[in-house]
Structure formats: C-alpha cells, structure tokens
Design a protein around this ligand. Structure first.
Ligand SMILES: [Zn+2]
Length: 411
C-alpha cells in the first residue's frame, strides 16, 4: 500500500492553479470560481476511480466507495479546499489530496473493505468569505440550522444560500451526519505551528482540540495633564493595563498544561503623547484543551485584573465574548494510529491542536482522529506556508492504513 508521492504533488499543484491572487499567496474563497475549479478537479479524479459523488447540506461534498456491506456505517476522511485571503498551498489541501490518494490506492490495489469509505470536502472552513469558520461542518452535523444560510452574507451582501446556487451547487443527499451512519472520521492537516519541526517529529497525533474563550477587558482611569499631574496623583489606565498584560503571561506560564493566552489588540484613549491614558481596552484570547483548566485560567486573570485595578483605585469591565469548548478526539483511533505509525518505524508525537478544525465538530458524532504533518517554521495562513512532500506522503500512508483497518473491521 505505497502511496505515490508524485501523484500527490501533481494534485497539490493542480488544485493551487485555482487561485484568485497569483504571486500573492493562494486565495480560494468558498463557492468562488477558483473554489469550484478546485472542487471540479478533485471530484473528476474521484469519479475516475468510480466514487459516487453527492452534494450535501451546507455545500459539503462526499465521494463514496461502496463497501461489501453497504448498509454499514461509513469511514470518512477529508478536509477543506477554501483558504484565507493570501494563504498558503497546504492548509486543507493536504487533507483532501491525502484522502484522494488513499482512495486511489484502495481502488487500484482492490483492497477489500466491508464498510463504505467516504472522501469529504468541507465548505467554508476558514470563514474567509462569510466570516463564519467551520460553517459547512456546522450545518452538516446539524449544529447550525440550514435556514441560517439565507441570513449569513459575504461582504458583497451575497447570502451563503445564494452563493451556493450561483456556484451551481445542488444538494443531492440532504441527510445530516449522524452517529449511526458513521464509523469514524479521519483528517490529515498541516500542524500550523512549529512543535513537530522543533522536536524532530514527522507525525503528530491529535489528542484534543483546545477550547477558546475570548474576552474584552477595559481599564477605566482618568485622563489628566502629563506635565502637571504628579506621579502619586494619577489614575493611569495604561500603567494598570501593562501590569495586567504581564500578569496574563505569568498566569499562563504558571498554569502550563498547554495553556496559551494572548492579548492581540489594544486601544488607548485619548491616545495623545501629553495626556495620561484615561481608558484602555484590550482583547484576551485564552486556550486550553481542558475545560476546567481553561475556566481556572480565565478566573485567575479576572482576579489579577481585580487586584491590580483595586490597588490603583481604577475601574474595570470584563466582557466575556464567544467561547468554543475543548474537544477530545477518539482514544480508540489514537491508539490505532500510534500502532500504524510505529509499523512504519516512525515515532509519533501526541499533541494538542491550538487551532480549530472541522474534525472538532465531528468528534461528538463519531470516533474522530487527526494526523498532523510538520509546518516549516510553523508558518501558516501565509504564502510561506510549507510542508515537505515526503511528510505529506507519510501522513497519507498513515491515513490509508488506518482507514483500511477501520473499514475492514467488524467492530
Ligand atoms: Zn485548515
């Protein structure tokens, strides 16, 4: 069951020819002309090997290889083909071409499988066109109601439902993804971080996908003259914010256990060189794969804000924004993938995904596993994104052997 690297390379090149921003990274927004071109290439390749193509709710695509027991639940594999603006050549594409190549090998080598094997392409994973990430998988798993597609619009005011129709996308299988229809879901993806490269691993196996809590924090002080107000008579919101920002890093480091906390945006008012800052507002992004640790990190940061502002007699406001719960992936699939990786004399790294993925939404529907391949210097969502072909080939082989084992077994 050796996968053909040159075929994977050709797939990646062919898909990335469909690009709205040549010379400036890859831009392939959901249902755009470029997106439909890439989908056309992949579905043609899948039709060629005899897969039955279905257009599914939310703009997702499924290509099925019938098993000897066609009523049984299917083993699913795939990823996405949409990109961010000026993104890279590998994010999403690697998972789709790995599934495509694995399917080709199964057909060419006539590998027996009892269960149906489905190759899937999720729509609008990045949320770059409709500002709603994981939209296709949210609809397909029933987590977001189909009727919402008439309200979600792109920046030109085109609704998701209209864009689907304009792209000639007609739903041919209206059923949602349900537990009884699936045996497992597997996704190969680039790591989008530098952990594998730095630690010298070629394969990462994802144990859990981090939960995320977003907050907005505002520190309320008093704007005064920078020259006439003595140092001990100030209500400087930025001085307090600076100490809170330092505390956030210390708290995340102290809690450890994969905790990450980021202040990515800050605004200072009135924002003049000769005025003491009266109001500072900043964002906070906290992530952890464990809900209890995520909650206690947020609580510790709240306490730090309270203490620092209290000491300085400043007001503050903490507004919790959107949150995504952490997701544990399947231990059964993880153990199987560890075994399959070691069969290739490669040691995998068990790891956490700090980024969200469609697979996170599948994890409560079926046994779900993710395979990470290294990203050079951790770069992603940019033209510099790069993953070595031999690592993609290894990820594809691991996907293939895991899917074949799951599709053949009677369990
Ligand atoms: Zn992706």
């Amino acid at each position: 069951m050796a996968v053909r690297i040159e075929r994977i390379q050709n797939d990646i090149e062919r898909i990335n020819k469909f690009n709205a921003t040549p010379e400036k990274g890859i831009t392939r927004l959901t249902f755009s002309e470029q997106y439909q071109g890439a989908i056309g290439y992949v579905t043609d390749e899948l039709k060629y090997i005899g897969a039955k193509i279905s257009y599914c709710p939310g703009g997702n695509i499924k290509a099925s290889l019938a098993g000897s027991d066609d009523n049984g639940p299917a083993v699913m594999m795939g990823s996405h083909l949409d990109t961010v603006m000026h993104g890279g050549r590998f994010d999403g594409v690697v998972g789709v071409v790995s599934a495509l190549e694995a399917a080709r090998i199964i057909v060419e080598e006539k590998i027996a499988h009892r269960r149906p094997i489905d190759i899937v392409v999720f729509a609008e994973e990045e949320g770059a066109r409709f500002n709603w990430g994981l939209l296709g998988s949210s609809i397909w798993t029933g987590k977001l109601d189909l009727t919402r597609l008439s309200a979600i619009k792109d920046t030109d005011g085109v609704t998701y439902a209209e864009a689907m129709v304009r792209a000639g996308f007609e739903v041919s299988d209206a059923s949602l993804l349900e537990p009884q229809k699936l045996r497992a879901m597997l996704e190969v993806h680039i790591e989008q971080g530098a952990v594998l490269e730095k630690r010298g691993y070629r394969i990462g196996l994802v144990e859990a996908i981090a939960g995320i809590q977003h907050l907005d924090i505002t520190i309320i002080g008093r704007a005064d003259h920078a020259g006439t107000t003595p140092m001990d008579d100030r209500s400087d919101a930025l001085q307090a914010a600076a100490r809170i920002i330092t505390a956030v890093e210390e708290i995340a480091q102290k809690i450890g256990s994969n905790t990450v906390a980021t202040i990515g945006r800050i605004a200072c008012e009135p924002g003049q060189a000769n005025v003491i800052p009266g109001r500072v507002k900043f964002s906070l992004d906290v992530r952890n794969p464990n809900k209890a640790i995520l909650d206690s990190t947020v609580a510790a940061i709240n306490q730090a804000v309270n203490d620092i502002c209290g000491k300085r007699h400043l007001g503050f406001e903490i507004i919790p924004l959107d949150t995504a719960p952490p997701v544990s992936l399947s231990n059964e699939i993880l153990d199987l993938m560890v075994e399959k990786t070691r069969e290739r004399h490669v040691e995998p790294l068990r790891m956490i995904s700090g980024a969200g993925h469609d697979s996170a939404l599948l994890a409560d529907v079926t046994e779900t596993g993710m395979i990470f391949v290294p990203s050079k210097k951790g770069r992603s969502h940019c033209p510099q994104e790069f993953t070595r072909l031999e690592d993609i080939g290894l990820g594809c082989e691991l996907l293939l052997s895991t899917v074949v084992a799951l599709a053949a077994s009677s369990g």
